[in-house]
Design a protein around this ligand. Sequence first.
Ligand code: XUL
Ligand code: CO
Length: 445
Amino acid sequence: MSAKIVVGKREYFKGIARISYEGPTSTNPLAYKYYDEDRKVDGKTLRDHLRFAVCYWHTFCGGGGDPFGPGTRHYAWNESSDPLQQARDKLDAAFEFFSKLNAPFYCFHDRDIAPEGRNPEESERMLKEIVKLAKEKQEASGVRLLWGTANLFSHPRYMNGAATNPDFAVVAHAAAQVKVALEATVELGGANYVFWGGREGYSYLFNTDMKREREHMAMFLRKSAEYGRGIGFKGPYLIEPKPMEPSKHQYDFDSATVIGFLREFGLEKDFKLNVENNHATLAHHSFAHDLQVAADAGMLGSIDANRGDPQNGWDTDQFPILLYDCVEAMLVVLGMGGFTTGGFNFDAKIRRNSTDLEDIFLGHIGGMDAFARALLIASELRKDAVFGRVRRERYASFDKGEGARFERGELGLKELRDIAAKAGEPRLSSGKQELLENIVNQYLR
Ligand code: XUL
Ligand code: CO
């Protein structure tokens, strides 16, 4: 079902109506060219395949500030000098935006939707008030919460980490924050709960007890998971890997590192991964690689959709518009049978010099169209006889005979040696990379 447009006391996006599907030949910048939400692909609507979410932090809190200068965008919902009123206004603007964009989901950090108070009680009280209002907005619009999370990295107290902070007092403070963020997520029916270890890492080894910090992180996650289950949270907890920035060495480096960590501490049943494109590329992986690592472990929970810049070595969080990358991602998502609780959250921001109010719409329209188009292409590609066959046939020698016995663990090194001696030098077999690359390009239309 499409979202129902909800406008608060003041209309923030005047002149912008519901963004609708107009097809690939439309010249209307405020229309979808590919995201036809009710169209079915492989038995499911585009809406249900993609489960798009808008993030609160970049879209409504970010004004374009960077380390060299302040924000460039003045948003009317940030005008009030009373922080709580500002939060209410921002909520109005956010739901007007979600519903006009017709995005089915959104995501937030506790500190995006409500201000930090002078103490945990005050923060909690303000968050609860906004959660109550958000629930009303969700019911009125039909927009749902893909995931909630806690910001455990902005406040100065977290300069040495949150769960991994060497000071127990900070760890307890972080726990207090997660407790309330979990309650908010449950109250709002969030489908997942995310942990991004913003400052869980270190910059200098010789003032850091890495072993102890990682153990603290595991304990913190275990206690958080237990608390969430106790208050009725049924969805998966998701860890979002990132290799660096802000810390030099982040403990959640990439998908493989996080999977190893979860298994080391016995957390793999409750936790999955939220894989972000720009984080994967900072780890010198392709997006598709990190997605496949998570999917192969049965742990690909959700995706933060964005892109980095091939020349810049930091997290530029641009909107994902590179069709090729999106197609590769969709091949992995379709290959694992699609999302269950997850979706595509646009952890993306417009550029500092994009200063028109409509620009946040344009960024999201571009990202949604890119993934919708990629979904259609990936679905076709998966049906291409040659594209599917090449990978299968490369492993055909394990499908029967001695190869199958090897896979079953029936052959030791002695038997393998005898098989090699009898068979002689193996025939070289082409990987057919160029063939597959050319087929992919043929479908990019
Ligand atoms: C930061 C980042 C976060 C997480 C949520 O790089 O990706 O916004 O997605 O905390
Ligand atoms: Co992210």
